[in-house]
Design a protein around this ligand. Structure first.
Ligand code: HSE
Length: 401
């Protein structure tokens, strides 16, 4: 019998209890062990919920109980999750978490602490919710030189962009509707400004290269400036617009960016709609692999936490190694990254556009009073210089090659 404690009885924590209870037979079949939740930690009471029988309010009960081998941290946020995680690891208890904020900020340090105490710090649920992507990146793709990771890592923004595209609605209207339906947070800043996706690509990039990527080194551009006019052009081009979280390793340099991209129908991520997430990983030997599923939600996220619990059960008293050193990975300035750009300009002076951007194909019949085109490949710095020279740019969206 392996005893587990859950920290936080919110959406994910209650899901973890449900998954362990409902799938007990499958878990025993796969690990050879009975797995039982001994405690759930939460400050609140849950009258009428059977969880009351195992509910505790003091984390010391869990930390000081030698029977508890595995702790599921589903509290979210940095504090007190950080302190509770450290204390559990110091006692040799493995910790499985869905807490992307904590993983992004302290992942390398907590893995090191787990190693020193012959236990594990696992976080499959922290990126892409129920999508298995961390384990494939750390194991099945460990032999690859990862050349790029491109993810739709935020369900809220993918839902908003999908609705804008399908129903021709404005960003603000879709956001309001998503908030009313509970798909978007009351304060949606972290989602719509790309910070949530930024934290997730920081984690994936750290794992791909084994060194620590700082979220602050990642340029994040959200979807707030995307309009129905952009979608009208995208449709004309046979493309869509997606918020991509992207990291690239090219010519010895590392780049990371979250931004809206114009995406062609040939891109495997084109068809990822609504709240679904997907991650496309390109390795130098095996080429593309893609991981798709629910990026959030109670049972999907909880299922990923429990996958980590099973890994810990199979490695009791041992460390499941994840290569993520505290040394920083140098992210190059975005100005040096090379790509194509979709550009909208006011007026109808084609010659002026071509004088600055070269021989580009100009679309004039989509929106009155303006033109649009896709540039040839150039660096972000070159694009900025040309846009300033043109002086009439209304909007720009990066194009995914
Ligand atoms: N707010 C996140 C999203 C939840 O919309 O994808 C999962 O991290």
């Amino acid at each position: 019998m392996v005893k587990v404690a859950i920290l936080g009885y919110g959406t994910v924590g209650s899901g973890v209890l449900e998954v362990i209870k409902s799938n007990n037979a499958a878990i025993k079949n796969k690990t050879g062990e009975d797995v039982e939740v001994k405690y759930v930690l939460d400050l609140r009471e849950f009258e009428g919920d059977p969880v009351q029988e195992i509910l505790v309010h003091d984390v010391d009960t869990i930390i000081n109980d030698p029977e508890v081998a595995i702790v599921c941290e589903t509290m979210g946020g940095e504090r007190p999750a950080y302190d509770f995680t450290k204390r559990a690891l110091e006692k040799g208890k493995s910790v499985c978490t869905s807490n992307k904020e904590l993983v992004e900020k302290h992942g390398a340090e907590l893995i090191k602490l787990a190693k020193a105490n012959n236990c594990s710090y696992l976080f499959e649920a922290s990126v892409g919710g129920g999508i298995p992507v961390i384990r494939p990146l750390c194991t099945s793709l460990a032999q690859e030189e990862i050349e790029s990771i491109t993810g739709i890592l935020n369900g809220t923004t993918n839902y908003i962009l999908s609705k804008m595209e399908n129903e021709g609605l404005a960003f603000e209207d879709v956001l309001k509707r998503a908030q009313e339906k509970g798909y978007a947070e009351k304060d949606p800043t972290a989602d719509i400004c790309g910070h949530d996706a930024g934290r997730k690509i920081a984690i994936l990039t750290s794992l791909a290269y084994g060194k620590d990527v700082d979220f602050d080194d990642i340029t994040t551009i959200g979807i707030t400036d995307i309009t129905d006019k952009d979608f009208a052009y995208a449709k004309k081009l046979g493309c869509t617009i997606k918020l991509f979280a992207k990291s690239v390793h090219k010519d010895g340099k590392y780049y990371a960016l979250v931004a809206p991209f114009v995406v062609s129908s040939e891109n495997p991520l084109y068809s990822v709609k609504n709240v679904f997430n997907a991650i496309l990983v390109h390795g130098n030997m095996g080429g593309d692999t893609m991981y798709y599923g629910k990026g959030a939600g109670k049972l999907a996220t909880a299922s990923a936490v429990v996958a980590d619990v099973l890994d810990c059960v199979k490695h009791l008293g041992k460390h499941v190694n994840i290569k993520w050193d505290e040394e920083k990975l140098a992210i190059s300035p975005i100005d040096q990254a090379v790509r194509k750009f979709f550009v909208r300009v006011s007026g109808n002076d084609e010659a002026a556009v071509k004088a600055v951007f070269g021989d580009v194909e100009i679309m004039k019949d989509v929106v009155d009073g303006e033109m649009a085109f896709i540039t040839n490949e150039m660096s972000e710095a070159d694009y900025k210089e040309k846009a300033a020279k043109a002086g009439n740019v209304i909007g720009m969206i990066r194009v995914d090659a």
